[in-house]
Design a protein around this ligand. Structure first.
Ligand code: GAR
Length: 189
């Protein structure tokens, strides 16, 4: 796709940012339908913010202590920058339903489980304590119901004997890095 046609996208993070980094590398490729124009973090010290500097992408820190104001302010920035698509990548805050409505079917999330199993937090720990045979990762649309929007793509990850939540998380994140770009291609192609 040519630069002009690419969809202006914001990536929301809260921490390490490995999915962000992976999406940045993806958007630099010719086949990417998106252009990452903004990185949003609810934490000013999120490790992933280093990629804003490294790749010269604008960043915005939001303070979720006052969610209403934070989202109001954020909506203004998104409008100003003509952002048309949002990727949540380890963003650990729940967006308000009014915010989600403003970007209806334009917000996607990656989640570290094979949804609808294990919505919410500590997905690998819970999968292991339930003796599951597999977990996985899912890219889905964001709706006001947590981790419940329409599934775009998902991938299973096998749980082996003596698996720990650390080893499982490692296998899942590896799959996430393949799945997120593939899901974005699926959405726009
Ligand atoms: C990823 O595993 C992602 O699926 C998960 O947080 C991790 C972020 O890693 N997201 C959620 O749990 C959302 N509820 P990253 O910062 O290295 O991309």
């Amino acid at each position: 796709m040519t630069g002009l046609k690419k969809i202006k996208t914001a990536v929301f993070i809260s921490g390490r940012g490995s999915n962000l980094h992976n999406l940045i590398k993806f958007f630099k490729t010719k086949k990417s339908p998106i252009l990452i124009d903004l990185i949003v973090s609810n934490k000013k010290d999120a490790i992933g913010l280093k990629y804003a500097k490294k790749y010269k992408i604008k960043k915005k820190i939001i303070n979720y202590k006052d969610q209403k104001n934070a989202e109001k302010n954020l909506l203004l920035t998104l409008k100003k920058r003509k952002i048309k698509f949002i990727c949540l990548a380890g963003f650990m805050k729940i967006l308000s339903s009014s915010f989600i409505k403003r970007f209806k079917e334009k917000i996607v999330n990656i989640h570290p489980s094979f949804l609808p199993k294990y919505k919410g937090l500590n997905t690998s720990v819970r999968a292991l304590s339930n003796n599951e045979k597999f977990s996985g990762c899912t890219v889905h649309y964001v709706t006001s119901k947590l981790d419940s929007g329409k599934i775009i793509m998902q991938k299973k990850v096998k749980i082996v004997k003596n698996e720990t939540s650390i080893s499982l998380d490692k296998k899942i994140i590896k799959e996430e890095h393949k799945l997120y770009p593939a899901a974005i291609l699926k959405i726009f192609n």
